[in-house]
Design a protein. Structure first.
Length: 319
């Protein structure tokens, strides 16, 4: 009996080294996949939705976080499980789940083992996301960063866009939570997972199974926002920087800005809005194939223990 073939959605125009490597891996294992090339996020979303309607047990997203988010949108509300073959630059969601993000054969082994988990699925103005979303500053940076500049400059393109955005007059935002809490600021980040932008554990209390969002409200704009963010990361949490950042958890919230501002979900620009409503979609869960070990696993705990030990134990220096 032949092994089953997984429906696999991929971007045939992937230009990065990781993207080309992923295409080679897919073609080398083409007998295991039913290949569907998508030329846009809408096409990827529609393909995933079609597979879900047809009762496919598993659909694989092969690509970066943009391809992944499009497939997630198509699978939202269905019983179809998401399989992940990380082929992007950051692969934040794969890192969050502990899926090997730099080894495609091992990532495929995770899919083959078929351990299904259920995680929270939140929405921003009705658009599902699995990792995080942002209103204001980080979405403005994404909006300012063109594909051409990313191709020429790589990650430096985001830095240059950030410098430009830092010099602009920031929006003012009011945040109203489901429990009545109110905050004011210039930018908002909402995390379902703990990681932001790759390996930065920005939402260190986050649990993508607790039906809660971890929310960061930035009170200061300009270079103070960047400096306080870096200081918070160094101290182990942005809430430690004092009154310039608020960190709390909420089951849902509304962000009201004084003008239309960019909004991003899972690192992809969603558009502009004056009001953004965050909450659980229906049914509010997503089935995902993941490894047995949670994020980090025993290795991360060992590293954490070593760092903690060296923080207090002086290193022996020999002449």
């Amino acid at each position: 009996m032949l092994p089953r073939r997984y429906p696999l959605i991929f971007n045939p125009r992937a230009r990065s080294q990781k993207g080309r490597r992923a295409l080679r891996f897919i073609m080398d294992h083409a007998t295991r996949f039913a290949l569907y090339a998508s030329n846009s996020a809408d096409e990827a979303r529609n393909l995933a939705a079609m597979f879900a309607r047809n009762g496919e047990p598993v659909v694989i997203a092969a690509g970066g976080d943009g391809t992944l988010n499009a497939v997630v949108q198509g699978l939202a509300g269905s019983a179809t499980a998401l399989g992940v073959l990380p082929a992007g630059t950051m692969n934040v969601f794969a890192r969050e789940l502990g899926i090997p993000f730099d080894n495609l054969p091992r990532a495929f082994e995770v899919i083959e083992r078929g351990l299904i988990q259920e995680i929270d699925l939140f929405e921003a103005n009705g658009v599902p996301f699995v990792q995080m979303a942002g209103v204001g500053f980080d979405a403005m940076v994404i909006e300012e960063t063109t594909w051409e500049s990313k191709k020429m400059l790589g990650p430096l393109a985001y830095l240059l866009a950030a410098v430009k955005v830092l010099g602009e007059s920031p929006p003012r935002m009011e945040v109203v939570c489901d429990d009545g809490r109110r905050e004011e600021g210039v930018a908002v980040l909402a995390g379902n997972g703990s990681l932001y932008g790759g390996q930065f554990k920005l939402f260190h209390k986050a649990d993508n199974r607790d039906s809660m969002l971890d929310v960061l409200v930035f009170k200061e704009a300009g270079y103070r926002l960047v400096l306080d963010s870096l200081r918070g990361l160094a101290l182990g949490g942005l809430e430690h920087v004092g009154s310039t950042v608020s960190y709390f958890q909420s089951s849902g919230l509304q962000v009201i800005a004084d003008r239309e501002v960019p909004v991003q979900v899972d690192g992809e620009l969603m558009g502009r809005a004056r009001e953004v409503v965050f909450g659980n979609g229906e049914p509010g869960r997503l089935r995902v194939i993941g490894p047995e070990e949670p994020i980090g696993g025993r290795f991360a705990e060992a590293v954490k223990a070593i760092v903690s030990w060296t923080k207090w134990k002086p290193l022996e220096v020999r002449a």
